[in-house]
Ligand binder design. Structure first.
Ligand code: SAH
Length: 357
C-alpha cells in the first residue's frame, strides 16, 4: 500500500467502510497526496491527455462558440468567461489567443478559473501571465458571484466528480463501499439495502450496478440558474452517456493506461462516465434550456475542425502529421469522436447554439 492507501485504510479501520465518492475525494484531492493536489497530472507526461493538450484548434473552436453565443444574446455587458477544472490552462489560453479575432468580446471579459488544486492553479498562473483580460481564481463555483452573464466551459471536469455505486443483490440495492483488507483496499457492499429513485419499469438482475454523481446535477442546476437569470451559456464536453445506463464505469488511468482503481490512490486519475441526461435535467430545474448532447465529432465538425486543421497543417508542414493525428483522435468513432459528447446550456429564450441544431 502507498502512504495515502495506508491513511485511508486506517480511517476505515477506525470509522468503517467509506463510499466510493469519499474514496475519490481523498484520492484526487487530499492536500498532501491527492492526484490533482500534488501533480501536473494532465498532458503527454501525465496520467491522461485531454483535447486541448492535443491541439490548439479545440480551444479556438470553443472560443468561437462562446463569442457567437455572446453576440447572439445581444452582447450583454461585463460577461465572465469561466473555465471549470482548467487543468494546465491550455484550453483557456488557446481560447484567449483565438479571441483576439473577436476583440469586442475579449475586451469586455473577465476570466474566472474554478480550480480545486493549488498546484494546478500555479501551473495555470504561469501559462496566463500575459493574458489580456483580467483573470482570477476561485476554488469552487459558488465563490463566483451571481450578478453577471456567464460563459462556462467544462472539458473533462464532470467526470472527476465523486460518484456513488449501488449493486443489485438478493437483499436489494446495496451501496458499493471501500473496505480495508489485511494488506489492501478492496470493494465491499453495505449490509443494509437502500431505496433508489429508479424507474419501476426497469427490471435488473443480481450484480447490476447503478451509478449516480450527486454533485453533477446540483452544480448543473446552479449553472442553469445563473444563465437563466443573467444570460450566458455553458458548454460541457466529456466522456459519458446520453441516457443513464446500468454498469460500472469507474476507472483509473496511470501513464495513459488503465490501472486498478484502489491500488495506488493519488497516483492515478480516477473518473467515471458523465450522465448527460442528469446534467440536462439539473440545468432545466435551474431554468435554463439544455441542447444535446451531441457527439464531439459532430460538434467539432460543424464548428469547422476539418478546414481549420488543414489550414494549420499547411501553415506548419513540419507538424502536419501531428495536427492531422490529433484531429483524427478527436473525431474518429473508435477514438474520442462519439464516446465524448457536448451539452450546451442557454437561457430559455436564446437561439439554438452553434453545433446543436
Ligand atoms: N479542462 C482541462 C483539465 C481537465 S482535468 C483540460 O481539458 O485539459 C480536471 C480538472 O478539474 C483539473 O484541473 C482538476 O484539478 C479540476 N477539478 C477536479 N475536481 C474539481 C472540483 N471538485 N472543483 C474544482 N476543480 C476540480
Amino acid at each position: 500500500m502507498n502512504p495515502l492507501a495506508r491513511r485511508i485504510a486506517r480511517m476505515i479501520e477506525m470509522d468503517g467502510p467509506i463510499g466510493i465518492g469519499t474514496f475519490m475525494m481523498l484520492a484526487l484531492h487530499d492536500r498532501e497526496m491527492g492526484f490533482y493536489a500534488t501533480r501536473e497530472s494532465i498532458g503527454a507526461k501525465g496520467a491522461f491527455i485531454t483535447a486541448p493538450e492535443m491541439t490548439q484548434i479545440f480551444g479556438e473552436l470553443i472560443a468561437l462558440w462562446c463569442a457567437t453565443c455572446w453576440r447572439e444574446q445581444g452582447r450583454p455587458a461585463a460577461p465572465l468567461l469561466v473555465d471549470l477544472g482548467p487543468g494546465r490552462g491550455m484550453l483557456v489560453s488557446d481560447m484567449l489567443r483565438a479571441l483576439r479575432a473577436a476583440p469586442d468580446f475579449l475586451e469586455s471579459l473577465e476570466v474566472v478559473l474554478v480550480e480545486a488544486s493549488a498546484k494546478l492553479e500555479s501551473v495555470q498562473r504561469g501559462r496566463l501571465t500575459d493574458a489580456a483580460p483580467p483573470v482570477r481564481w476561485v476554488r469552487r463555483w459558488n465563490e463566483l458571484g451571481r450578478d453577471r452573464p456567464v460563459f462556462v466551459v467544462a472539458n473533462e471536469f464532470f467526470d472527476a466528480l465523486p460518484i456513488r455505486q449501488f449493486v443489485m443483490t438478493e437483499r436489494g440495492w446495496c451501496e458499493r463501499m471501500v473496505v480495508s483488507k489485511a494488506d489492501a483496499l478492496a470493494f465491499g457492499l453495505s449490509p443494509q439495502p437502500v431505496q433508489l429513485p429508479i424507474r419501476e419499469d426497469r427490471i435488473v438482475g443480481e450484480g447490476a450496478v447503478y451509478e449516480i454523481c450527486p454533485a453533477a446535477p446540483s452544480l448543473a442546476q446552479e449553472i442553469g440558474e445563473a444563465i437563466a437569470t443573467n444570460g450566458g451559456a455553458a458548454l460541457v464536453i466529456d466522456y459519458g452517456h446520453a441516457e443513464q445506463a446500468y454498469g460500472d464505469t469507474l476507472q483509473a488511468l496511470r501513464s495513459h493506461a488503465q490501472a486498478d482503481v484502489l491500488a495506488a490512490p493519488g497516483e492515478a486519475d480516477i473518473s467515471a462516465h458523465v450522465d448527460f441526461a442528469a446534467l440536462a435535467e439539473g440545468a432545466r430545474r435551474g431554468g435554463a434550456r439544455a441542447h444535446g448532447p451531441v457527439d464531439q465529432r459532430d460538434f467539432l465538425q460543424t464548428l469547422g475542425i476539418g478546414p481549420r486543421g488543414e489550414q494549420l497543417a499547411r501553415a506548419n508542414p513540419e507538424r502536419a502529421e501531428e495536427i492531422r493525428g490529433a484531429l483524427a483522435r478527436l473525431t474518429q468513432t473508435e477514438a474520442m469522436g462519439t464516446l465524448f459528447k457536448a451539452l450546451a446550456l442557454t437561457p430559455a429564450g436564446a437561439s439554438v447554439p452553434l453545433g446543436f441544431a
